[in-house]
Design a protein around this ligand. Sequence first.
Ligand SMILES: [Zn+2]
Length: 490
Amino acid sequence: MKQLVIITIFILFQVSVFGQSNNPCGTQLSQDDYNSIKTTLLERGSIGETKNISNNISPIQTTIRVKLKAHIIRRSNGTGGLSNLNFQQSIQQLQADYVQANIRFEMCEVNYIDNDAYFNEILLGASEVTMGRENIEENAVNIFFVPNAVFTANSPYAINWSYYPISLANNLNWTIITNSYATDGGTLSHEIGHYFNLIHTHGPTSNSNEHVTRNSLKGCLKNCDTTGDLLCDTPADPNLDPIFDWPATAEYVTKKCQFVSILSLTDACGMHYNPDVKNIMSYAYNCRSHFSNGQITRMREAITIDRPEVIFDIPQNLTITSVIENGREVYSALNTINASNTIEATGRATYISGYQINLLQGFTAKYGSVFDGIIGSDCNPIGINPIYNEVKREVNTTTHTLNENDVTIYPIPVKDKATITFSLQNDVDNIDIGLYDLTGFLVKKLAKETSYKKGKHNVILDVSGMKPKVYVVIFKTSEGERIIKKIIVR
Ligand SMILES: [Zn+2]
């Protein structure tokens, strides 16, 4: 009896593991679309050999910022859907995978779609299209996180898919991610790769006819510039999906992410494959972590040429002088915001800056207004509370005490000690200097209602023993001026 149970379990196991494809990518590329992409890339000179430099795009040292719009599908009553924690993990993984391409996603807003029908099932080419067209933001990369996306109605196998820029003609311009794949370490980055013109390393169809050779030796011609993913710096790939094309018993990517060469597995010229199992555009699901240089160039070109509308332009520095009367205004800068404006009682303002926010002479947040100051790099970063928030009392900066460059902190990053230097244009009675974490929690008081004379002063900031992370120093004068400055503790 015991033996029978074991055999039964074994058979079930076989069915569940080998009886279905576990291929989570459903992005399709018809032969016509493939030919069309090929023609476009050929005209662009973006095919074949490794390209680190393109005349079409900014150099790799320049960050390309892409606006991202995330949509989370929940039940009609607002419950369910991807958890905030998993959502954050998913976006963080995406950001990390695209650091090498110097592409950064700027997320301005999360859109919650509360709809039971969409919650239960999103069907390719059907409910997908309705949901997408109802909710898409044209000037952004749109990602829909859904509980269950399928190719055919009631299919038990949820998948993920995306569209190449070529599909823009159909106005299908988004990525669909099934929640269970949101944090699997690769699927989202892979789908966004398609969105930016990347083809699977094994080519457009289930199996590549790309030759292994890159130098046309022994009578076998290289064809990496005319077939497969049309790139020569990604090795020929036989399709690494464990069961898609090869016998179920053929395990050719080990758990340690090493390719196991099988004698019978060769290209048309009889050469053995040596694919890159870590390439994000491969089907080696648990191993994927990088793009090739050619893939990076192609993605940066796709954004610059095919989807320029998704590029998120924010200035290095911003000076805000206009009155905010009502409604919500969001201002973002990469480095510094200098504000000397008024926020009326009915106004709501959010200032987001990468390093520093200066509330200078003239800045007024009236009683009843909402003002948030955020040190961050997204236009509305998730998980980061306003580091500076004044709603309780009127802030009115009347006296000119500080210039925006008057507060410096050196060195940054800080290892043990840093010096905060500031100079005052007149004697000041009450100066507060505090070190806060990014949730707005006061970690250390450096000066409390301290009097300083006109002139230059130094305050020592000791961070020894503190957790290495990002903090902000908030410098306040009794006249209402504020300097909010990011520091990194190592
Ligand atoms: Zn794919």
